[in-house]
Design a protein around this ligand. Structure first.
Ligand code: FAD
Length: 279
């Protein structure tokens, strides 16, 4: 069982718990992006097992009354084994999404995976007519070009700042530079995309900027944030009429994810310490 301290960031261990969490979010007009925790499998078997788990989850969501979609990591469904395995398993999930009318997001991992992830996304987004979304990272120097390519592809694009520590020849290291590129890319998307813009950030400045761009260009957009992070803001934005999606991970492999969330922010370390010490 997940201890209460970790359940701030993780929706449960089972698909049923994840769907219950989604239903509770829906009560506050927030939709759910469900992610089964797992990554970097170097054999086909565990990757195929997680792909099958996503196929079942998508069917469960489709049969339920909840407003939810899923988000998969390429290395979770075979990219470390081979590009052909990744494409094969991703297509299984996307096909299920298409059948059950459940949207499928593809997370973006480190720079070694970018080309294979973009290529697979583009093929499936065209084949399944926009049932798929892709995450792109503002810290990478290549992303303006990638977005030009994606502007004509059906589907959605989630813009994030980037969670991976990349070398400086391919990425911006300074926070201010990443923020500058995030703004530029956001403006490009509002100008050039017909719709399908997802602002994947907790940063109030970026969320405000997206609202300004929406007023200026009229393009629709959604905001995506993680479970356990600025949940008040998620509810407030939804109450103001903004489309809000919460990325909610679930599954047995929650411990590593929980530590990542705690380590990335001083306040979370204090929160964890207080919970453990009971102060
Ligand atoms: P930061 O630059 O970290 O912070 C800016 C400001 O936001 C802070 O000053 C503060 O005001 C506010 N803020 C940030 N965190 C908190 C907090 N915990 N509590 C209160 N205020 C806070 N990365 C990838 O590389 N690939 C992915 O596929 C991917 N998917 C993602 C999906 C979603 C839905 C989200 C939200 C993020 C995803 N990320 C992904 C992570 C992303 O790249 C960033 O590492 C992460 O979101 C931190 O950047 P930020 O824009 O939220 O704000």
């Amino acid at each position: 069982m997940i201890p209460p301290i970790a359940s701030r960031f993780v929706a449960g261990e089972t698909p049923a718990e994840a769907i219950d969490h989604a239903r509770a979010l829906n009560d506050d007009d927030v939709s759910a992006i469900l992610n089964l925790l797992g990554e970097h499998y170097d054999e086909r078997e565990p990757a195929a097992a997680d792909a099958d788990a996503y196929v079942d989850l998508v069917a469960d969501v489709g049969r339920s009354d909840v407003d939810a979609c899923v988000s998969v990591k390429p290395s979770q469904i075979g990219l470390d084994v081979g590009e052909d395995v990744f494409r094969d398993l991703l297509e299984r999930v996307v096909e299920a999404g298409d059948e059950h009318d459940v949207f499928v997001w593809v997370d973006m991992e480190d720079r070694h995976t970018t080309d294979a992830t973009l290529d697979a996304f583009e093929d499936f987004a065209r084949k399944y007519e926009g049932d798929v979304g892709l995450c792109v990272q503002a810290n990478l120097k290549r992303t303006p070009e990638d977005l030009e390519r994606l502007a004509d592809v059906p589907g959605k694009v989630r813009l994030v700042k980037g969670a991976y520590d990349e070398p400086k020849d391919v990425s911006y290291k300074q926070k201010s530079k990443v923020n500058e590129q995030y703004r530029d890319l956001l403006e490009y998307m509002f100008q050039e995309f017909e719709d399908g813009i997802a602002v994947g950030s907790h940063d109030p400045a970026m969320i405000e900027y997206a609202a300004e761009l929406h007023d200026e260009y009229g393009t629709s957009y959604e905001v995506q944030m993680l479970m356990g992070v600025r949940e008040d803001a998620q509810r407030d934005l939804a109450a103001e009429g903004v489309e809000v999606w919460q990325y909610a991970p679930y599954g047995g492999k929650w411990l590593q994810y929980f530590y990542r969330r705690v380590r990335e922010r001083k306040e979370n370390v204090l929160f964890a310490a207080r919970a453990v010490l009971g102060v």
